[in-house]
Design a protein around this ligand. Structure first.
Ligand code: PLP
Length: 414
């Protein structure tokens, strides 16, 4: 809200964009930083960091409960951030936007409250073989607590969902389908429109894990008709510790509260406590108004550049990287779906992913190595990890050339 917003017209001006990210000027081991770990977290533009500073310098006061000037201004800023988030994902009402600490907390919230309200032992929840641990373990906890059973949509060798298998899995015991929009490890863009269509034909609601998609492609929850959608601010150029749960109002109204405490109540007595209206029913405790407003600054920043422009530019980076990497003898890419986001996971010959990551780091190139919190997917691929380069709209083809040159050097060392 305070930041010096820059005007981006329709095209990606990468130099202009890079000047908004001071960290990209850093040197690592004396080399210019090449940051290819964007699927883990994105870097923050100046407007987000300035928003954090300005909130603390000029607007810090606990919100919602205060009658004084600062508290009211901070409350207004927090609620304006909710509307920004609503508009960013095309939600019908700002009541449908619940602020959480991130994707993980949002999924835990739904797993806990949905199973409590709607599931009995023997009911089933469907996820896929490519899910992040945070879309597996909350449901496994519910297997213990509520007696639900987790069913898993398999993937093919390209890393795509096998939709026919999903059609076979879904049945009257299925109570919810919870699925990633984009795989963090493979980059596969799942056909969530089809998943939602099939699930709804079977009267089953769908949760979309959009942790890897809100920052890459335009999303409209009303068009998608998903029932829940979750994401983290820190992967979308915003602050850490902040996230979103979108839920259709009719569903959120039917769910019981998650955490108990201040904010989420209408009245409290030892005889009977009643709960607040949406979305506050799910927001116990002092809200993170610095987080919400800074997240909104990040979302505004993305909107100014334009998600269509971002998607197109990042796709060019993906195509270029794929083409150049495949020229390296012995390099194998994991995740070869036709529809991919800007993530490339690979291994080269029998060079361990960890060694590759460490040596690239010494060249100033930050990639992620390991199982990427998708151990069941790694088991399916019969590997214990990959090297993952994930691109953002501030990355360049020249940086990809440096990655390719770095890998070639490492190959000659082995
Ligand atoms: N889902 C997906 C697809 C992810 O990629 C991640 C993080 O990498 C998460 C969920 C968890 O996000 P967070 O750790 O921000 O809660």
């Amino acid at each position: 809200m305070f930041a010096n917003r820059t005007d981006y017209e329709t095209m990606i001006d990468v130099n202009k964009i890079r000047s908004d990210f001071p960290i990209l000027l850093r040197k690592v081991y004396g080399k210019p930083l090449v940051y290819f770990d964007n699927a883990a977290t994105t870097q923050k533009p100046k407007c987000v960091v300035e928003n954090i500073k300005e909130m603390y310098y000029t607007l810090n006061a606990n919100i919602h409960r205060g009658v004084h000037f600062l508290s009211q201004q901070a409350t207004d800023a927090h609620e304006a951030a909710r509307v920004t988030t609503q508009n960013f994902i095309g939600a019908k009402s700002s009541n449908e936007i619940v602020f959480t600490r991130g994707t993980t907390e949002s999924i835990n919230l739904i797993a806990s409250t949905y199973c409590r309200a709607f599931c009995k032992p023997g009911d089933e929840i469907i996820v896929s073989e490519m899910e992040h641990h945070s879309n597996i373990v909350p449901w496994q906890l519910q297997e213990e607590i509520s007696g639900v059973k987790l069913r898993v949509i398999p993937i093919n060798d390209k890393g795509e969902l096998i939709i026919e298998e999903f059609e076979k899995l879904i049945n009257p015991r299925t109570k919810l389908v919870s699925i990633a929009h984009i795989s963090n490890a493979l980059g596969t863009v799942n056909d969530i429109e089809e998943v939602i269509r099939i699930a709804h034909e079977n009267n089953t609601p769908v949760l979309i894990d959009a942790a890897q998609s809100v920052q890459h492609i335009p999303l409209d929850v009303q068009k998608l008709d998903c029932d829940f959608l979750v994401f983290s601010a820190h992967k979308a150029y915003g602050p850490t510790g902040m996230g979103v749960l979108y839920g259709k109002e009719e569903w959120l109204n039917k769910l019981p509260p998650y955490h108990g405490g201040g904010e989420m109540i209408a009245s409290v007595s030892f005889d009977k406590t009643t709960f607040n209206e949406l979305p506050y029913k799910f927001e116990a405790g002092t809200p993170d108004y610095v987080g919400s407003t800074s997240m909104a600054a990040g979302l505004d920043y993305i909107s100014k550049i334009g998600l269509e422009n971002i998607a197109q530019y990042e796709h060019e980076l993906l195509e270029y990287a794929t083409e150049q990497l495949l020229k390296i003898d012995g390099l194998k890419i994991y995740g070869t779906s036709k529809n991919k986001a800007s993530v490339v996971s690979f291994l080269v010959n029998d060079i361990h992913h960890y060694d590759m990551g460490m040596l690239l780091d010494k060249m100033g190139i930050a990639v992620r190595t390991g199982h990427h919190c998708v151990e069941p997917l790694m088991n399916r691929l019969q590997i214990d990890g990959t090297v993952r380069a994930s691109f953002a709209f501030y990355n360049t083809k020249e940086e990809i050339d440096q990655l390719v040159a770095g890998i070639k050097r490492i190959v000659t060392m082995f």
